[in-house]
Design a protein. Sequence first.
Length: 597
Amino acid sequence: MDANWTYMDSFLTTWNEWEIRMLVLTSLALQVFLLFSAGIRKRNVSAVLSLLLWLAYLLADSIAIYALGYLSQTRVPKGVDPQSFERTHRVQAFWAPFLLLHSAARTPSPPSPPKTTSSGSATCSASSPRSPSPWLEAEIVIEQERRAKTAAAVTVAVAEEAVPYTTVITEASHFFVIFKRLFVNLILSFQERTQSQSTFLRLTPEQAYKIIEIELSLMYDTLHSKAAVIHTWGKHKSHSRIDICITNILFGGALCLEVYAIGMMLVSYWTYAALHDCNYRSLGSLVFRSIQYFRPESRAKWSNLMAQHNLIGFCLLDKPTKLTKVLSVLGLKVHWDRWLYIRHIDVSSELKTLVFRELKDKTVSIVDAESYRKFSNHRGQWALQCKGYYKELGWSVEVEFDESILLWHIATDLCFHSGDGDDNDAKMIPHYVDISRAISNYMLFLLVARPFMLTAGIGQIRFGDTCAEAKNFFKRAEMARPSASAAARMVLDVNAEIAPRDVKGDRSKSVLFDACRLAKSLLELQPHKRWRVIRVVWVEMLCYAANKCQSNFHAKQLSTGGELLTVVWFLMAHFGVGEQYRIEAGHARAKLIVQKN
């Protein structure tokens, strides 16, 4: 028994001696991990990385708080020599600033407030009435600011032109100052709309997206990076060699981290834009060459990925098992499904170009402010009207937005897997089909996994009811495991002339057979026309969703690889389309005319 107590006392003594040392070294290691992962997470959508970062942040905060509490104590631990404790505690107390430094480095800097003018002085001077002099007569004339010309008036026959990468960076830095206000729900003026339009309408799609990527990268730096912290240091020869060694490691680690952070700052877009504005051409040229090496133009500034989720594929693969039952009881089934059935694909240049062209064409065709507002509220209506199919298909885009997404998602899949003879011609337009299916699967992913980025509705309930009806329908089929094509043909064989709601009522929110009715209407069109309609409707839905998503959710996604929805949102803003433009007529200006009697 005495031997056990002796061993325990020895262990506690060693633990008391090394506890704080292990804590500060662990804090430094976590800080290194968080710093080097900061540049990765804006281009990475990995759930594993997100989990590691989340755990690292929680652990780092807990370690810092506990270690600071340990360093603040003055009581001598049991079994420790008081003089040795005082000498050791003196140097260990010097570690507290490093813990504070690590804690401060983990705190993201808040978004910068907009660059606004103060009208307080003008208000005060104009608020109190004053009597005019008896020999003066005053007349006040109200003059309205001139309205900005519409895009159609200023951009007729504007040819696209390639600009140097230096111009891309400077334009992005310039527009970032304006468009960062979108993340805090501030409005933009018609002058800013015209300025942005005049630039973006002459850019190539690739360079337009590069400007937006750099803007979002700058926004990420603003929201999720740290400010430099200055510290000093000193030593004493009488301290423990181990503590001095740990102190040196902390100094060296802090120095390396700061040098790395300063180096990344020097080769940043911020530095180049500042030098360019100050006309330091030679130094700016050196920084630009460094940017080209460390941040080449060809490298994406975000993940450049779009998630994909497919309803029919999910219903065919999702089978009840003991594991899924346990996960359902624990409330983890939804997370399991997202991990198992959601994949990511690259955002193709064809898709980006299509969205760019559609927005550009519509922007040039808009004639007044009311047209801007109408366009931002369209989610398929404009596309169907322009193509001449609104009478036959308009019902599918007049329902709630989440219902429209499910209807067109299922209909797109049914058309793809229909296997009719005419669809052989669709092989001649693969980009139409691929883009349509990519956006369709992405919009379903948003509905299922990112519902907060869409307008409020009962999308989760509709998705669940639709999946339940599809699973029951496939279960009643003779084939045990039908393929996606076979399952689609089975759905298309159902008589959908009568609306399902008229047969079963509206207790179930399933849209499976309503989507079948939509698909049959689309299948009556020639393949080229069919997929052109599907494609433009999906582009319009994508733009609608991007415009309606709240800005704080766009900002949140910047730290998890970014979303295509955010890129489209910024592209729309640069084309002058969106609800953030609410100042149209300008400000009335009072002009005082004074005449002597």
